[in-house]
Write a protein that binds this ligand. Sequence first.
Ligand SMILES: Cc1ncc(COP(=O)(O)O)c(C=O)c1O
Length: 426
Amino acid sequence: MSKLAIEGGKPVRDELLHAGFHGSSEIDQKEIDAVMQVLQGKTLFRFLAESAGHSWAKEVEDWYCEQVGCAYGLAVSSGTNALISALYGVDAGPGDEVIIPAYTYVATAAAVIAAGAVPVIAEVDASLNLDPDDLESKITPHTRAVVPVHMRGVPARMNEIMAVANKYELLVVEDVAQSNGGVYQGQPLGSLGHVGCFSFQQYKVITAGEGGMVVTDDRKVYDRARMQHDAAARFWEAGDDDEGNPLYDFVLSGENYRISELAAALVWAQRERLGPILERCRAVKRRAVEGLAGIEGITLQDVPDPEGDCGITLTFFLANPELAKQFSGALRAENIHCGTVHDKQIPDRHIYSYWPYMMSGLADDRRAPWKSPWYHGDVKGYSPDQCPRSLDYLSRAIMIFIDQTFTLQDADLIVEAVDKVARALL
Ligand SMILES: Cc1ncc(COP(=O)(O)O)c(C=O)c1O
């Protein structure tokens, strides 16, 4: 057995294998030209651009509708604002509960609160996404919506989630921020629920630095989301339909989550990169998963639809948190960058127990929907240990990030390193 690098042996890889950014690391003349074109045109405001005959925001919306197969798209200024708009879209607000998974970026919970609803945290399962059984157990007469989040490129168990949602007539807002381009059983993520939300922030597969997208087939959801995303939404359109009837029987005051033409032009330029980036990541992950499958003592993450997985992370579980920590340390010494997901010493904004406005008790009563007079449910507050199964999975998980520069040889080296460490430690 070869000596572990952590004990002074030769590492499996000569240099550290460490994933970088996806879309932003590919930026080249295409993005520069797109932005320059907007600057030279001097029209930065999307509605001005639209009325002048061409808007990048509109192009991006149309492209997303085509990609995802939805009737309506709304480009916004961030993924968080996409979620808030979508929650307004499905009318989840004061008095309502919205179920979210224990493992998601802090903004998913913040969006629910911004919409005025009460976040209810449900466990994740071995897919590290929302557990459909726990989802069902968390439903109350106050539940209006559920937000399945497709974390780290891996699709959530959408068949089971949709079955529960349909049984209880819940509205489904998919959070696709981390899984742009992912697919579940042949259907693009974002098109399986009632409304889908994307982010173009820099850590995402394609990016404009900031930005987001809402997609839906439901005209009313779209209209409500659009009004929320722009306080002046009603001013940009004709007030009546062809017969002179008012277009809407509702009105929202809205805020301003509009995307700028500069960000939209960047997304437009990046769109062509999405497919090739995912193709390369998927090939690397497929190869690594094949190799890891035979290694005793590790359990691969349960991926509900491996074909649709974006391939941007590779995750496996060890028997207990101590072993996982020891294992990831040894793997890093072999020059394979990785880490455990939940480590009590390191606050992670993707794990519910660290969301400060819910866990600290410091939330201003007027801004804590669970304390609102509109709310008559049972949520009185939150506790860091309320989802023990999720914390258990996350503390036993080792995650390796993958980017498009990884080669199949890198995949083989990951397998070799995991095998080496497993033989020594397990
Ligand atoms: C799962 C998830 N949801 C929502 C968001 C919010 O997106 P943004 O940062 O664009 O507001 C992010 C990422 O940042 C995310 O990872």
